[in-house]
Design a protein around this ligand. Sequence first.
Ligand SMILES: [Zn+2]
Length: 462
Amino acid sequence: MIRFHNTYTRRKDEFQPLVQGEVRMYTCGPTVYDYAHIGNFRAYVWEDLLRRYLKARGFQVTQVMNITDVDDKTIRGSVLAGVTLDEYTEKYIQAFFEDLDALDVERAEHYPRATRHIPEMVDLIQKLMQQGNAYESKGSIYFRLDSFPPYGRLAGLDREGMIANFRVDSDEYEKSDVRDFVLWKGHREGEPFWETTLGRGRPGWHIECSAMSMRYLGESFDIHTGGSDNIFPHHENEIAQSEAATGKPFVRTWMHCAHLVVNGEKMSKSAGNFFTLRDLLQRGYDPRAIRYLLVSQHYRKPINFTLDGIAWAASNLNRLGDCLRRLDACAGVGENEILTDATRRTRQEFYDSMDDDLNSAAALGFIFELVREINSAADRSEVPERNAVELHRLFTEVSAVFGLRLGAAPALDQELEALVSRREELRRKKQFKEADAIRDQLLGLGIVLEDTPEGVRWKKRT
Ligand SMILES: [Zn+2]
């Protein structure tokens, strides 16, 4: 039995999809006004873990992730850059997919872009107006909070007395602003607009996720995910818009991951602890280690992201990879029954942990206990081929669920890292002969260095 923590019911519920064997899932995607940062990737990588696990448990998954390519921030960016909205967002859409590939995030089935689904949003808003859930004021259209009594349930708001008789126009706002929110923004000078039956204007942020999720997944679907900062107002508003329009329950299971901090502090550009994935890759960090760090913690616990944490993740990955390579070398007939039992037990513990609200930290803990047992058996040459094959099968399953590509070349370890920085130091001192010797030494280890204006980069020789 799979149980997921449902934000809506505030408990772990047994997971049962609406259609047996199929899971329809929507995940809030990026706003493409800049490169995504490591906090964003915590959510995308966790959602990938969820997707991979559901597939491993035999479900056919249809996942939709929206691309927000029109909102206050993208418009501001394109105006500042002096290019069209499409020209501006294209660069960040490409970058987003490159980053997903670097982190081995599987592709969703659909990546709808907001600007390509304006008619669906207009239809939905029109329906809300006809039913009295929305009204027009000075060219913009607002959702009438009073018309939807369950409002606030997802976020656990005390609704009584909170709903002020005002309106809010911005896409993001605080809990103190529980007010009628904007669905359609009337045209303002210098902003892109669409000519529609609602008048000239553009959609607000919230309506896009209701319109596009229902377009691809139907009026009711199984799972909606996001970061916990999406709960209010974004997801609360999605529920109001969708359920008011259809009269049906919108989503069965709401799942949210906790936030990420860097060195114990909230990430911010001014504090100098703001990392995009690109920053980290340029500094030579292995994307697989970053992925491991993100998936190895339980999704509902905050992650404290540190550079030491990446090194810790890399060494854990290497331990798994080394163990797998030892298994490849195992030979001999017969069976080690203790190891057979341990393998069977660990497989069970792994799936039980993941079934229990995707407890990845516990699941990996059991795997590492097994690694210790394998290593000590291998030290005594007590891993017959039959056991090795079975263990290999388990590692392959774990690797597929966590997206770890175990068995691929090991991550750049600390010793190599030290060589790279030693060489840089020598180059700064203009001791080129010594520096070149280190470069050749690294080449011998399969590491190619590239000197770029941003500093040295490395990659594995292919
Ligand atoms: Zn959304």
